[in-house]
Design a protein. Structure first.
Length: 359
């Protein structure tokens, strides 16, 4: 395919400019560029163009086009880049490498919708992803994934098989309790049910498990935070003061159980006027930014109040999979920054400052 191509191994003066260009790339997700150890293969073609194979330690394949353009312009030659996502082979639970808790201090802020789209975005960025619906009293994942009425299955009468939709593995109490029935359980019983869902589901190999936490900061949330070997948490809020006050409580809870909060996502951040196209900040402005600055964490995304999100969710579709939807890129960027922040936090680059840039 590449004619008289040459595969580089070891050090070569010819590949140094390419490695330097890769290292110089910067974005919200690739805060310190493309590290040399991520480069697994370099091929030079007869026309002096390059083909590069990367092995990324976090979900970030969606940015390859931007990396190609940057490096090609810097070297004034054509550069083609492909990548695989391969997280460090160290699991925090069974065969699950990273567990991310998606939480909010209160209900009604779009936490479950955001969790599903974040999970799907991570999958599209090259990772193996599952989602656990830990909202015992108001499970939403079956509806959001178009799995209403699905019945649980098991191969060994011990472990449940996860459901699969949109390339995600999913589990929820909503699959075990009729959708029109109320889950009237006290705290210990609800916590026990969550523990069973987590431990008795055959998740298989996953890079990331997204846990859609119950809203609030009570006994169930605290028990769940202590029992699940979580890697980090993400807080979902809206810009209004009431939601931000509860989001602050959520951050305080995770601090007490030593689970790092890697960032905030501001949902319903603004409404785009259908007539003039200008953003209208219905619920206030910059609330999440102020809270994030207070705690030294980034705002991973500002999600607009958009009818497309509501319509897709009610139809069991995942809007982050719709490349024609402008909001899809916002979810994917948030997923990349989350994944890279988690990687840098767990490596020697834990002091890396994450800079959020516009999509």
């Amino acid at each position: 395919m590449f004619g008289l191509s040459k595969l580089f191994s070891g050090k070569s003066a010819e590949k140094e400019p390419l490695l330097d260009a890769l290292a110089a790339y910067r974005s919200s997700a690739f805060a310190i560029g493309i590290e040399a150890q991520w480069v697994k293969e370099i091929t030079i073609n007869t026309d002096k163009s390059f083909k590069v194979k990367l092995e990324l330690p976090f979900a970030g394949k969606g940015e390859l086009a931007q990396i190609e353009e940057f490096v090609s312009n810097k070297l004034s030659v054509s550069v083609s880049i492909d990548a695989e996502v391969s997280l460090p082979n160290q699991c925090c639970f069974k065969q699950i490498k990273q567990i991310v808790l998606v939480a909010s201090g209160k209900g009604g802020v779009g936490k479950s919708t955001t969790a599903v789209n974040l999970a799907s975005a991570l999958e599209q960025e090259g990772a193996k992803v599952g989602i656990l619906d830990a909202d015992i009293y108001g499970p939403s994942i079956p509806l959001l994934l178009g799995l209403q009425g699905a019945e649980p299955k098991t191969l060994d009468n011990k472990n449940l098989l996860p459901f699969e939709a949109h390339n995600l593995k999913a589990q929820s109490i909503g699959f075990l309790v009729p959708s029109d029935d109320a889950t009237v359980w006290r705290g210990p019983m609800a916590s026990g049910a969550l523990n069973q869902l987590m431990n008795e589901t055959d998740w298989g190999e996953l890079d990331y498990l997204i846990v859609d936490m119950p809203p609030g900061t009570g006994d169930i949330q605290l028990t769940m935070s202590q029992k699940v070997p979580a890697s980090c948490a993400v807080i979902i809020t809206t810009p209004q003061d009431l939601a931000l006050a509860d989001a602050q409580k959520g951050i305080a809870m995770f601090n007490k159980v030593n689970i790092p909060v890697l960032g905030l996502i501001e949902n319903m951040s603004y409404f785009l006027c259908g007539h003039c196209g200008e953003p209208n900040h219905v619920f206030g402005k910059d609330g999440a930014v102020k809270l994030a600055h207070r705690h030294g964490v980034p705002v991973l995304a500002n999600i607009p109040l958009a009818i497309e999100i509501r319509e897709s969710s009610e139809q069991g579709q995942v809007i982050s999979r719709d490349n024609a939807a402008s909001i899809s890129a916002t979810y994917k960027n948030a997923a990349r920054v989350l994944a890279s922040s988690l990687h840098y936090q767990q490596t020697q680059n834990s002091s890396v400052e994450i800079l959020i840039t516009e999509d």
